[in-house]
Ligand binder design. Structure first.
Ligand code: PLP
Length: 480
């Protein structure tokens, strides 16, 4: 074996250009693929050798296998026909930043392990805080996902109780009450997962009913808190969602904040999807009461054209986070620890990817105006799509549209709820097997609902018009 180092520089240059060519063509011609992968479980697995190669292979072969082995099994989140879930898309500046992140290969666990890392993250948190209009007393940090951000919020809320959980744990103790936290029935499952992770348990999460617009009913929240206190529970945290996953409903943050202040509870706002809209003047209403929250999560990887993954966690109280998580072994001590922020102190992970580079590239390339204009267009076109649904006699909308997600179903009349559920399930299947668009579903009050989300950087008006034609045609074909 001759070369015991990395790939030779000129080979990297050549294959790097090849890869950039591949990515350029992929994004340019993305509409030639079906948005949803059309393979069976195990199909891709069968194409990958079961044992690793003993001898190295040419990079050209590896790159060629992306097309031969992988591409059929890719669901193309970057495809403008992808209108399912909350469609996170990768913008080109974001892709370039990812490339650079991998090349720099730094691990930002300590300020010293890459000063530019920590200071870039701090600057980007400062930029983003201003973009969404949060006051200066909010401190921000980047985690991978909203699930992780919310877990850290719940951990902070738990730490604030001063029950010595960090030292003594929670199990087997009869000197502490059982903890209870609250969120609406429409809150994301990541909140319960956070509670599971932190030993709160699913029974420690009380789901509060919602009104007919799927917003948490604050009177019910207060009732639940009082009932729990009477029964010996210790309420400690409330999660309000601004942009719920199913319908994008907005919980009444100001009313919830007043309850949290009255009962001394941590208020966490989950605005993973919708939070970015706060940068648009017309959408400022969503931030009413945010300055009273202890923590807020917003995901640029959902609706700010940031390649997976990047979630922003803001808190007014980073010291609690540090108290919960800082644990410094000898080998990680540095001489500047008193002067700098070491990001490893503020969460479960030690090693950290250089994610803030993506924000630096994306915010600078598009500018706040460019990002706002794109998001605004998505909201406008979603409202237009909602109007098409409202005007069509055989379709009905099943939730308000505050952002860019529309919940609807096909209802040609004379059918029971059960028949309508079956019909809409079939319709969604037909739509998704068209190979043109990919939509997802939810259930609201027992009804099967089709969900269309607009939020891709590649969405143009024609894509939404085309989607509407496909939906109508498929629906007609099913009932004729
Ligand atoms: N919160 C809300 C409101 C969501 O809609 C989602 C996912 O769609 C999440 C949290 C979880 O996001 P992540 O995948 O970043 O953990």
């Amino acid at each position: 074996m001759k070369n015991l180092n990395d790939m030779p520089a000129e080979e990297f240059r050549k294959s790097g250009y090849q890869l950039v060519d591949w990515i350029t063509n992929y994004l340019k011609d993305i509409e030639q693929y079906p948005p949803l992968a059309n393979v069976n479980p195990g199909d891709i697995l069968k194409r990958i050798p079961q044992t690793p190669p003993t001898r190295g292979e040419d990079i050209e072969n590896i790159l060629a296998d992306v097309d031969k082995i992988l591409i059929d099994g890719i669901t193309h989140w970057n495809h403008p026909g992808f209108m399912a879930y909350f469609n996170s898309t990768a913008s080109s500046p974001g892709i370039l930043a990812e490339f650079l992140t991998a090349a720099l290969g730094v691990n930002g666990m300590l300020w010293k392990t890459s000063p530019a890392f920590t200071e870039m993250e701090k600057s980007m948190m400062n930029w983003f805080r201003q973009m969404v209009g949060l006051p200066e007393n909010y401190w921000g940090i980047i985690y991978d996902t909203a699930s992780t951000s919310s877990m850290h919020a719940i951990a902070s809320a738990r730490e604030q109780l001063n029950f010595g959980f960090r030292e003594k744990g929670m199990a087997g103790r009869n000197d502490v009450p059982r903890l209870r936290m609250y969120c609406s029935e429409q809150a994301h499952s990541s909140i319960e997962k956070g509670a599971v992770t932190l030993g709160i348990g699913l029974e420690g999460v009380r789901k509060i009913p919602v009104n007919d617009k799927f917003e948490l009913i604050s009177a019910k929240l207060e009732e639940a808190i009082n009932e729990d206190i009477k029964n010996g529970w210790k309420p400690f945290c409330v999660v309000a969602t601004v942009g719920t996953t199913s319908t994008t409903s907005v919980d009444p943050v100001e009313e919830i904040a007043a309850i949290c202040e009255k009962y001394n509870l941590w208020l966490h706002i989950d605005s993973a999807y919708a939070g970015v809209t706060a940068m648009i003047p017309e959408m400022k209403w969503i931030t009413k009461g945010w300055e009273r929250a202890d923590s807020i999560v917003i995901n640029p990887h959902k609706w700010m054209f940031t390649p997976m993954d990047l979630s922003i966690y803001f808190t007014r109280n980073p010291e609690i986070l540090k108290r919960a998580f800082s644990l410094v072994p000898e080998y990680l001590k540095t001489q500047v620890d008193d002067e700098v922020t070491n990001l490893m102190d503020y969460g479960i992970q030690l090693g950290r990817r250089f994610r803030s580079l993506k924000l630096w590239f994306i915010i600078r390339y598009f500018g706040v105006d460019g990002l706002s204009a794109r998001i605004k267009f998505h909201i406008e076109i979603a409202k237009e799509f909602a109007e098409w649904i409202d005007k069509h006699k055989d379709f009905e909308r099943l939730a308000p549209v505050p952002f860019s997600t529309v919940c609807f179903r096909y209802n040609p009349g004379n059918k029971s709820e059960e028949e309508l559920n079956k019909l809409n399930e079939k319709l969604l299947e037909a739509i998704n097997s068209s190979g043109k668009i990919f939509l997802s579903h939810t259930k609201l009050n027992g009804r099967f609902v089709i969900r269309l989300t607009i939020g891709s950087i590649r969405h143009e008006r024609r894509h939404i018009e085309e989607a509407w034609e496909i939906i109508k045609t498929m629906a007609r074909d099913l009932t004729e």
